[in-house]
Design a protein around this ligand. Structure first.
Ligand SMILES: N[C@@H](CCC(=O)N[C@@H](CS)C(=O)NCC(=O)O)C(=O)O
Length: 264
């Protein structure tokens, strides 16, 4: 077991939260690093070599440098197979991958969009109201879809907690923070209460919540153009489709949004 594992993260990043939950569930020691210039689009040093996209999470394990949460999760499961977090049944494995795909793209985009409005003060006024209403409606639909995936099971991962569950936790946790989480007396609410009883999940979720207070200082930095928010793929689509075309054009004019980093 390596104690020299370095995980670049931001506590609020759902992608990084998934990796932290997996490492903690497996009791693998690791060091957390917050990349110095995260959010500016200008990254350097060891972080840049691990994550050419300048995104967290990124993992350094000796000579191994990895980015992208799903790649990192698969690496962790391959290198430290016990306790297994990926089910063995091919059907449930496919279900887990479907959850990862939907949550990391469509659900993530909604929470990210709410973050742009709430912390970064985008679309002040009626535009923000429209975006919030669309986010609540889309979240309701995704939570209904999640409820169908859960069925009458305890875990999304089959018989035991695993990747299927940690794929969902950060997103539902963020919805709770935006007051659009599942009610406690629903199957999804009951599942959420069960996952929070796990120390790895409770600790990771608490770190995410604790980091929110710092987010309210960032809007001024964005306004000054020191921070360039990454508007990429599903996030950009969410903003455009949900009523935030002006947010995008305004951000481009002010030069405080950017697209994803081109890998060199
Ligand atoms: N597909 C990647 C997405 C990672 C990602 O988008 N991370 C965001 C934080 S949630 C990031 O680091 N963005 C860089 C920035 O905002 O400058 C994954 O699954 O790890």
């Amino acid at each position: 077991m390596s104690a020299s594992l370095i995980l670049y993260e931001h506590p609020l990043s759902p992608y990084a939260q998934k990796v932290k939950i997996a490492l903690r569930e497996k009791d693998i020691p690791f060091t957390l690093e917050l990349p110095a210039a995260l959010g500016t689009g200008e990254v350097s040093g060891d972080f840049a070599t691990a994550s050419p996209r300048g995104e967290v999470p990124a993992l350094i394990d000796g000579d191994v440098r990895l980015f992208d949460s799903k790649v990192i999760l698969d690496y962790i499961e391959d290198k430290w197979p016990t306790p297994a977090l990926m089910p063995s049944d091919p059907v449930i494995r496919a279900k887990v991958r479907t959850l990862q795909e939907v949550l990391d793209t469509q659900y993530e985009a909604i929470n990210w969009g709410l973050g742009e409005i709430t912390y970064f003060k985008r679309g002040a006024g009626t535009c923000a109201d429209t975006l919030r209403a669309r986010a609540a409606e889309q979240t309701r639909k995704l939570q209904a879809w999640l409820t169908r995936q859960l069925g009458d099971g305890t875990w999304f991962n089959g018989a035991d907690f695993g990747f299927g569950d940690l794929a969902v936790v950060p997103y539902v946790h963020a919805s709770m923070g935006f007051d659009i989480g599942p009610a406690p007396d629903t199957p999804l609410g009951a599942w959420y209460a069960s996952v929070l009883e796990r120390p790895a999940v409770a600790r990771t979720s608490a770190e995410a919540t604790a980091s929110i207070s710092g987010m309210f200082q960032v809007s001024e930095i964005v306004e000054q153009g020191l921070f360039k928010r990454e508007y990429r793929d599903h996030r950009l689509e969410w903003m455009m489709r949900s009523g935030g075309v002006d947010v995008v054009t305004d951000g481009l004019a002010k030069d405080n949004i950017r697209f994803s980093t081109e890998i060199e």
